[in-house]
Design a protein around this ligand. Sequence first.
Ligand code: PEP
Length: 254
Amino acid sequence: MAARPYIVGNWKMNGTRAMLSQARAIDRAAQNMMKVEVALAPPFTLLHAVHREVEQIGVGAQDCHPGADGACTGDVSATMVADAGAKFVIIGHSERRRDHGESDELVARKGVAALQAGMRLILCVGETEETRDDGQAEAFVTAQLKASLPATLESPAESLTVAYEPVWAIGTGRTPTVEDIGAMHGAIRAVLVDLYGAEEATQVRILYGGSVNADNARELLSAKEVGGALVGGASLTAESFLGIVVAAAEPVES
Ligand code: PEP
């Protein structure tokens, strides 16, 4: 695992102000685990409140609109989420690609807007089960990555995290083997080296996401080229999320 693992909780469409106590508890614990970089992506409605509650952990948004402002009812721009306290934005999550028809091209434009607003990116990629069964997982994910990267990204070392999230592993309790994760992360790294050169590309953390929990985190984080985890369901309580942070702080030697 990379020098400082990055563990990010994606709360998805969960949480009211009652959940701020979980953010506080995660933040307090993270202050004693400085070996791990910890962050939360709450829903838009809690972004500013979580930002105000925490001192140590990072706070980011789960999405942003590619435009600057205007007549886009219900949408939220990159400038707005940055103003609410977001330091990063998750783009290209498979639930947005699936439920909102987001194309690679749109994801890339959201990335441009987020960078312009001074935020970092967590860019999600991942194959469906059908694609994996067809033996096309690596070809699909590397093509998706290339097409979703924002054209204006100049310093990936500073601004980019990639999250490999096989669609079939999200929320299902199923995970790839450590070997399969290592192989996919290696392929993702090769794309980044090709596009940005080794010096920049080797500093980009590649997270694994999909059914990570406190029991399997140590093993999943031991896979080659894994720089941390993007966590959905298990990030909703401080207890389960911190189990993953502890696993990241004490990795098994691979
Ligand atoms: C996710 O959707 O980003 C995710 C990793 O979800 P879960 O951990 O619930 O599988």
